[in-house]
Design a protein around this ligand. Structure first.
Ligand SMILES: O=P(O)(O)OC[C@H]1O[C@](O)(COP(=O)(O)O)[C@@H](O)[C@@H]1O
Length: 343
């Protein structure tokens, strides 16, 4: 019997163990960050289960039957339910002071909680999109900040540049449930083992290739693109330096497109266009978390003007153009914008 292979199979790196290991690198922290992350993980598991059940409910609906489980109650839309799940998980962690969700116009200010007789001054701010792109692949995205000073939480505490984030991640609720996370020292991917109910480390230390063979953009918007975007896509299709043309892959779900880009390299673009000069994607809970992960994996994220993580948002649901991907490929896009500016 091969004992070493057996030991490997049973010595699983669960996300809980991983986060506890990370926490031990920060002895000054009292475990608050671990508790917060474990509540986010719980939210992901809950939404994963709801998404799978919703798939079944849709099939039953299509067959023209009523959902007996709902017993007359209106079924909640999945994005509303996911938002509720995440808000409750984050509030009940007792470690958050401000929440910003894609689903809510205003930020939620969380009441300080009592620990024993003391009011705990908790200073984590969480920005999230509980269920992005529900028309194709269901995914959730989140980013975590810490308040700068010890004061009453105010909206400016979440309007911080992305480079101040402590952690970011996303969860894809596909045929398997994948959680990719960075706490500021690399990027790691975990897959939910349904039989254990645990996320297991399956993609340790993800590093994006320095240059890629794929570009990802909605070509349907081409007629409205600015010059540098149009030139870059032209170069991908008709390279003039003897290199092979790149392949286009576009799922239409930012998380799924960026996930592929992280693993295989290349670029993901959601540029400005004549109709939407700020692009489509939201800075706080789409652009920042994905840019944070991209940089942590060795890639780059650029807005067409600056490093994406340097952007200082002025409102909660602000949008920005975004180009992210392999280091060398984003250098090419930056050069095209610099040349345009120099004209
Ligand atoms: O259909 P388009 O314009 O290519 O947009 C696709 C993008 O929109 C998103 O689905 C976000 O859409 P929402 O702003 O409606 O949530 C991203 O995940 C994706 O990258």
């Amino acid at each position: 019997m091969d004992h070493s292979a057996d030991a490997q199979r049973t010595d699983l790196m669960t996300i809980t163990r991983f986060v506890l290991n990370e926490q031990s690198k920060h002895p000054e922290s009292r475990g608050d960050f671990t508790i917060l992350l474990s509540h986010i993980v719980l939210g992901c598991k809950f939404v994963c289960s709801a998404v799978n059940k919703a798939g079944l409910a849709k099939l039953i609906g299509l067959a023209g039957e009523t959902n007996v489980q709902a017993s007359g109650e209106e079924q909640k839309k999945l994005d509303v339910l996911s938002n509720e799940v995440f808000c409750k998980a984050l509030i009940s962690s007792g470690r958050t002071c401000i929440l910003v969700s894609e689903e809510d116009e205003d930020a939620i200010f969380v009441q300080p909680s009592l620990r024993g007789n003391c009011i705990v001054a908790i200073r984590y701010c969480v920005v999230f999109d509980p269920l992005d792109g529900s028309s194709n692949i269901d995914c959730g995205i989140f980013g975590i900040y810490m308040m700068k000073d010890n004061h009453e939480p105010i909206i400016e505490d979440v309007l911080q540049p992305g480079k101040n984030m402590l952690a970011a991640g996303y969860c894809m609720y596909g045929s398997s449930c994948t959680l990719v996370i960075s706490t500021g020292s690399g990027v790691n991917g975990f897959t939910l083992d349904p039989s254990l109910g645990e996320f297991i480390l399956t993609h340790p230390d993800i590093k994006i290739p320095k240059k890629g063979k794929i570009y990802s953009v909605n070509e349907g918007n081409a007629k409205n693109w600015d010059g540098p975007t149009a030139s870059y896509v032209e170069k991908c299709k008709f390279p003039t330096d003897g290199s092979p043309a790149k392949s286009l892959r576009y799922i239409g779900s930012m998380v799924a497109d960026v996930h592929r880009t992280l693993l295989y390299g290349g670029t993901f673009l959601y540029p400005a266009d004549k109709k939407s000069p700020n692009g489509k994607l939201r800075v706080l809970y789409e652009v920042f978390p994905m840019s944070f992960l991209m940089e942590q994996a060795g890639g780059q994220a650029f807005t067409g003007k600056e490093r994406a993580l340097d952007l200082i948002p002025t409102k909660l649901h602000e949008r920005s153009p975004i180009f992210l991907g392999s280091y060398d490929d984003i250098e090419e896009i930056k050069a095209l914008y610099a040349a345009e500016e120099g004209k």
